[in-house]
Ligand binder design. Structure first.
Ligand code: C2E
Ligand code: MG
Ligand code: MG
Length: 719
């Protein structure tokens, strides 16, 4: 202890002499080393400089405040945070540069706590020199002297950027959750990573249902794989895709969505995420459809209006032109509508119109269109018109439907309509022309009486009337025994031998209409099965008798309508009739037309027929669409060259080429060829030279009555 006191005294003395500038060096009392004073001073200076450099270049803010908050010291780092230089802040009080508003109140309170030393770590928002906020995370320590606060020293970190980022993230999270659009984020492997509340609401899927899955789960199946392929191709190419898409909810409902998908890439351009944002647009679609409907329909009757009619007429004309078809326009006018309105009032008249419109609507087919173009005027477009009389049939149907009494408000009202019919392209190739022509026809028809229809051209009216009268007569013809069958011989071109006959139907022979006229009508009214079966039965019976008498083996060819094949009843009737008449299936050949080959069901029926053992021939070959290569796979035995080609033989080079080609190719397919309509020796010679197998025509013999056929057979045998 004494030694310690002595050392202290020595040190004291050394310090005294140093302070007084009396010594250059002192001896370290503890180690006894000599310390040069200048060196010591230098060391102090160096350490100060180091300290200064440190403070200056430190990115943290270091400060010293007076107890009232006046800035006593602050380092350069404050400038980056607040744009104030340290000198600029000197003498300012911290509360003076608080960011205004709520922050200020909060910090006033906080500052009191700082002064007391209760608060040492806190956030503080200052207003920078340019007014922008600077958020600082501050730590302070208080220094006291004699129990009173002397200094507040501390350091602060500028966390403004971090705060901004945090705020942005928070906002993004709010947007993600609150937006009415569904959002789905997937990783680069297209696995769902997160979905928002709107996604859950729209799709019905909970996040746990979908996370980790491929978004395929909500595909509707309405769009083919090509659609999705294009979508991904576009995404890969441009980083974006948007469009309308049908999605499926968890409950299975399909809904239209407007979807925007973007690919998020990293700095190297690799996809890291896919973000898909979509909204359910079913409501929009519905209202669009509703608006569209309202814009194109008459509100009273729900029929199309004039503007939609114009569009549909244009479409119908384009389609018909392309397919080389006709269509009809029916102009319908309610008879005496004006007096109904006058007598019972407009509301009543409206109800009548509504009912009439419903009745017309239920008379037409789905593909036809009804429009209301005036108070009591309607138009029907009837497409795919096989024959003009189809339009007449529809007109009759509409007249019948609208002639039934209307019972309305206790009144029995008798109404009727008058119609005018125009046909595209016969009566015009512009919509307006067709409407006007039908209107004029309707008007001229009305002069002759109500509840009628009239074609725009007299020729068509005549044809339609003929058709209906034919229809009526045909219904009774079979029972009245007005049909007969004639037989036309077919001879072998190689031997000249009679090899077969073709049965041809006759009605009211010799003055009645030819089969070309009555067969299509019989098809239309469903009589073709009955007539066809009667012909088959009669022919089998007749030919069996001829064969017996003449001891000849004759093949019998019978024409079969395409409708009969399509209806399939023929597959049961043929074996039944063969059995009844004791005719071998192998001696019967059924002639069908090319159109049957275009229909898969038709071909099936042909196969069934062939399986019965009967032969099949294609009639009028060359006029339809079938190709020889197609025939390869068909269950047929014979081709009949259409008479239109035979007619121009042998002079017309086209016909020559066609006939030769048919014969040559038929033989490579192992088919027999029969030429029909052979009228001259030259035609016969040409066909024989080409290797055609058989011929039939007036040059050989016209179709014969059964008795004449027997004579022909006998004469032929003896010849
Ligand atoms: P198709 O089967 O091609 O019959 C040949 C037609 O050519 C027959 O007319 C026949 O009388 C006629 N014809 C025969 N030789 C000559 C000739 O040298 N020159 C000319 N210009 N014509 C000749 P048809 O009997 O008036 O029959 C017309 C069409 O009616 C037939 O054509 C056939 O498609 C159909 N048809 C006739 N009978 C029936 C039947 O029973 N059922 C069905 N579904 N159709 C029949
Ligand atoms: Mg025939
Ligand atoms: Mg023919």
């Amino acid at each position: 202890m004494e030694e310690l006191v002595a050392r202290l005294a020595k040190t004291e003395a050394a310090i005294q002499s140093l302070v007084a500038g009396q010594a250059d060096a002192v001896v370290d009392p503890r180690t006894g080393a000599i310390v040069l004073l200048r060196e010591a001073q230098q060391a102090v200076q160096e350490s100060q400089a180091r300290y200064h450099r440190l403070i200056t270049h430190l990115s943290a803010i270091i400060f010293e405040l007076a107890p009232d908050g006046t800035v006593l010291f602050v380092n350069d780092a404050i400038e980056t945070a607040t744009r104030y230089t340290p000198a600029g802040l000197m003498g300012k009080s911290v509360p003076d540069i608080f960011f205004p508003g709520e922050q200020r109140c909060r910090w006033d309170a906080a500052y009191r706590a700082v002064q007391k030393g209760d608060l040492t770590n806190y956030e503080m928002v200052l207003a920078g020199k340019d007014g922008t906020p600077a958020v600082l995370e501050v730590s302070t320590a208080n220094r006291y002297k004699d129990g009173a606060l002397e200094r507040i020293i501390g350091f602060a970190i500028n966390i403004t950027a971090r705060k901004h980022a945090e705020e942005k993230l928070r906002q993004a999270a709010v947007v993600f959750e609150r937006t009415p659009n569904a959002i789905m984020v997937a990783d680069s492997e297209r696995r769902v990573m997160s979905v928002n509340q709107a996604f859950v609401r729209i799709t019905g899927y909970a996040p746990e249902d979908v996370i980790g899955k491929n978004p395929r789960f909500h595909q509707s199946g309405r769009q083919g794989s090509g659609f999705y392929q294009e979508m991904w191709e576009r995404l890969e190419k441009t980083g974006e895709w948007q469009g309308e898409i049908w999605n499926r909810r968890k409950n299975g409902d399909i809904y239209p969505a407007w979807e925007h998908i973007s690919a998020v890439t990293d700095k190297d351009g690799h996809v890291t995420n896919y973000i898909s944002v979509f909204s359910d647009i079913s409501v929009i679609k519905e209202s669009e459809a509703k608006l569209d409907y309202l814009a194109h329909h008459d509100t009273l009757t729900g029929a199309a209006n004039r503007s939609l009619l114009a569009v549909r007429l244009d479409n119908a004309m384009q389609r018909s032109k392309r397919r080389n078809e006709r269509f009809a326009l029916l102009y319908i006018d309610l008879d005496r509508f004006k007096s109904i309105n006058d007598m019972y009032g407009h509301d009543y008249g409206d109800q009548v119109l509504k009912i009439v419109s419903e009745r017309i609507q239920s008379s037409i087919r789905e593909e036809d269109m009804l429009a209301r173009i005036g108070g009591d005027e309607f138009v029907v477009i009837m497409e795919t018109l096989a024959e003009p009389h189809d339009a007449a049939l529809l007109a009759e149907k509409i007249i019948e439907a609208t002639s039934k009494p209307i019972i309305l408000e206790g009144r029995d009202l008798l109404t009727s309509v008058s119609l005018g019919i125009s046909v595209y392209p016969d009566d015009g190739t512009k919509g307006e022309d067709l409407i006007n022509a039908a209107d004029a026809a309707m008007y001229s028809g009305k002069q002759q009486g109500r509840a009628t229809y009239q074609f725009s051209s007299a020729e068509l009216t005549k044809r339609a009337l003929e058709y209906f009268s034919l229809q009526n007569q045909l219904r009774h013809a079979l029972l009245a025994g007005e049909f007969s069958v004639h037989y036309q011989p077919q001879v072998s071109l190689a031997t000249g031998q009679l090899v077969g006959v073709e049965a041809l139907a006759r009605w009211r022979y010799p003055d009645g209409p030819p089969p070309e006229k009555f067969i299509p009508v019989a098809e239309d009214i469903g009589l073709i099965d009955a007539i066809g079966e009667w012909v088959l039965q009669t022919a089998c019976t007749d030919v069996a008798a001829v064969r017996e008498q003449a001891h000849a083996s004759l093949r019998l060819a019978v024409n079969v309508s395409g409708r009969q094949v399509m209806r399939n009843r023929i597959v049961e009737r043929v074996p039944a009739i063969l059995a009844e008449t004791h005719v071998q299936a192998g001696t019967l050949e059924l002639e069908i037309t090319e159109s049957v080959l275009q229909d898969a069901r038709g071909v099936e029926t042909l196969q069934e027929l062939r399986a019965l053992g009967v032969h099949l021939a294609i009639d009028d070959f060359g006029t339809g669409y079938s190709s020889l290569s197609q025939l390869k796979h068909m269950p047929i035995d014979t081709l009949k060259i259409d008479q239109s080609f035979v007619h121009d033989l042998p002079d017309n080079p086209d016909s020559r080429a066609i006939a030769a080609a048919i014969i040559g190719m038929a033989h490579t397919l192992d088919l027999r060829v029969v030429a029909e309509g052979v009228e001259t020796q030259e035609q016969l010679q040409f066909l024989r030279d080409q290797g055609c197998d058989e011929a039939q025509g007036h040059f050989v013999s016209p179709p014969l009555l059964p008795a004449d056929l027997r004579r022909f057979v006998q004469a032929h045998r003896s010849a």
